[in-house]
Design a protein around this ligand. Structure first.
Ligand code: 2RA
Length: 349
């Protein structure tokens, strides 16, 4: 009898979580409890064909729960994940509240599943979706060739900013559709003048790219760029890994892409990288430029695997590969990895 709770069940990631659970052939749960704030409590959602009434987030809702998944903002997780843990549940948290806490493991099951057992606070953290999108590939290559440095540029989808990000991109796309825009400075912004001033993005996203995600940190870095650095080091277990990231928002609804420049301690050929990546069950290789085969977010979206391609040996950098990676930020980047952590823990209970 293993009871699962999903906190934030009605949000963008929570809804994807329910889709993932519905698609599983079997699940180890005797009960799936849906939990949300007062705004959504009382709603009825279908889970594996059964109506489930969403319960209010309150301490008693965790009684009898074995594993509680949190898909809520940082401040909600910071308050409530410890409550769930204090009531006996293992909290698996998809927010940024605990990721860099030394007493909280940061887990990607393909890379460091063993870490899930070492959880002194009863909390396990799920990485940020941008970091996660490359971790299956980087973990596999690191095991074989010893990763020493990563230089990363991200191409992040609007849904990384939640349902509000999707809604905003769609409204902007409607506002610019069919218009002759993009050849005069400011013309896209003018076309959006009738939309609400408030946007999750600091500049127009339709017909544009925005070199910003997250909040401003020291030295001009964005919080998102620092997450890529700090979380990659923690997940891969390489405290001194050299990492430099530039995070960019692009007008894609869902699926983050990353251009990765990865340096290893041993020589690595494209053929060797193909062999290693091709053997990973959660990676799909699409790497045949002559046939027009490469990863794109439009192909990767809605799927579980990380799609990897454009693998090249860097011409002027020995022991370095260039590659392009696409991962659905709501699935492997959030709900799927969180759920896979829950499955990993459930197997040990
Ligand atoms: C973003 N990675 O894409 C963030 C969300 N966690 O905005």
């Amino acid at each position: 009898m293993t009871v699962l709770a999903i906190v934030g069940a009605t949000g963008a990631v929570g809804s994807t979580m329910i889709e993932i659970i519905d698609a599983r052939e079997s699940v180890p749960w005797s009960e799936i409890r849906l939990v949300a704030s007062a705004r959504s409590a009382g709603k009825v959602l279908k889970v594996r064909g059964e109506d489930v009434t969403v319960r209010l987030l309150e301490p008693e809702v965790f009684d009898g729960v074995d594993i509680a998944l949190f898909d809520v903002p940082d401040e909600v997780s910071a308050e409530w994940a410890p409550v769930a843990a204090s009531r006996g549940a293992v909290a698996v948290d998809n927010s940024g509240a605990f990721r860099m806490d030394p007493e909280v493991p940061l887990v990607v099951p393909e890379v460091n599943a063993d870490e899930a057992a070492n959880r002194p606070k009863g909390i396990i953290a799920n990485p940020n979706c941008t970091t996660l999108s490359m971790m299956a590939a980087m973990g596999a290559l690191h095991r074989e060739f010893g990763l020493t440095a990563l230089v990363v540029s991200s191409y992040q989808a609007a849904s990384g900013a939640g349902q509000g990000g999707i809604d905003r991109l769609q409204a902007e796309l409607s506002a610019v559709a069919g218009k002759d825009l993009g050849s005069r400075s400011g013309d896209v912004a003018e076309a959006l003048a009738d939309l609400p001033d408030e946007s999750p993005f600091p500049a127009p996203l339709a017909l544009n790219v925005v070199p910003w995600a997250g909040s401003l940190k020291d030295g001009g870095w964005s919080s998102e760029e620092l997450k890529v650095r700090n979380e990659s080091r923690k997940i891969l277990g390489i405290p001194d890994l050299k990492v430099s990231a530039t995070c960019v928002r692009v007008p894609v609804v869902t699926t983050h892409s990353l251009a990765v420049h990865a340096t290893f301690s041993r020589e690595v050929t494209v053929e060797a990288a193909h062999k290693v990546l091709g053997a990973q069950p959660t990676i799909v290789l699409r790497d045949d430029p002559a046939a027009g085969e490469w990863p794109t977010p439009a192909d990767a979206v809605g799927g579980d695997p990380t799609v990897v391609g454009r693998i090249r040996q860097a011409l002027d950098f020995p022991d370095t590969l260039e590659l392009f990676v696409c991962g659905d930020n709501l699935r492997k980047g959030a709900a799927l990895n969180t759920y896979e952590i829950a499955e990993t823990v459930a197997a040990t209970l």
